[in-house]
Design a protein around this ligand. Sequence first.
Ligand code: TXA
Ligand code: MG
Length: 342
Amino acid sequence: METKVLPVNEESLKLAAELLQNGEVVAIPTETVYGLAANAKDGTAVEKIFHVKGRPQDNPLIVHISTTEEIYTVAKDVPKSAMKLAQAFWPGPLSMVLPKSDELASSVSAGLSTVGVRLPAHAAARNVIAMAGVPLAAPSANTSGAPSPTSAKHVYQDLQGLIPLILDGGSCPLGVESTVLSVEDEPVVLRPGFVTPQEISDVLGCKVHLAPSLQSALKQGETPKSPGMKYKHYSPKAEITILKTDDVKNFSDYVALQLEKVASPVNVMCFTGEEDVFSVPCVTYGKKDDAASQARGLFSALRKLDKLGAKTVFARAPKDDGIGLAVRNRLLRAAAFREIVI
Ligand code: TXA
Ligand code: MG
């Protein structure tokens, strides 16, 4: 199959909507990462998403809508707290896990009784949903296990020949996937993102929990609340270790001592402006103390490391609060939770 990459304009939006109505999958830009979209009411179309990504069948998808009211067509028994959050954070990078409407294909939520729902802020994404006239199931548009795509080029690298169309909306402004929040009973963040636990807590006036799977690798036999969290993710081919220290000199001394002991080539993932401290090639992923810039650069940096053929990577550690929590969660998973405090 030929994969077209078209800039977002009226014509390409129309083509995307037509393909989606005809049961095809199309890659679309969102403010977080590119999504691989299909009609969420069409079981055969949803199956294509799983097939194209090589996604495990038990990992549910997020359904995207273009107006808040549509929440009632994809979810039922929507609690008041969800509407409060929708008012505060939609359109934007928050996905809420709610009881699923029977109108959706059951494969969307991998047989679960709940569904993740999101109203994206990206105008192209909202236009495609509105023009297709159906809710769109859309996981990140990468091959399962690869870093999420933050540009049309990343999508093309992974899915070239497998899908008919990639809508090119440039680089994603945020760069990490949405916050996934369970709003049943007490709110639980299943995946951290740009909408932070503190912001959610401020709107709801209650405590917001963090899913245990965010902090450490799952123990054998343990089931996470969000199935996606059990899969190794965002992994370049290299073995990544996060080195936790505030002092970049301390970091570079540690790396120098490791060079003889680890598989080469060795690369460092550091913050912008720190490159000169190191004797090995560096890939930067944003500015120190600026978690939003780290989020924007992270997935692209992981893909670059693969291109460089890195075997061992030592990474600077993001902060573990606010948006840093989201960056840290993705990096920890890329590093299979290898982190050393030095
Ligand atoms: O920012 C985003 O959310 C992007 C863009 C395209 O919107 N989408 C995205 O989808 O990241 P995906 O499929 O790559 O990640 C969805 C995550 C997975 O970890 C999945 O397990 C979780 O959300 N999830 C989806 N539905 C769920 C449900 N009903 N219950 C618990 N977790 C759910
Ligand atoms: Mg994903």
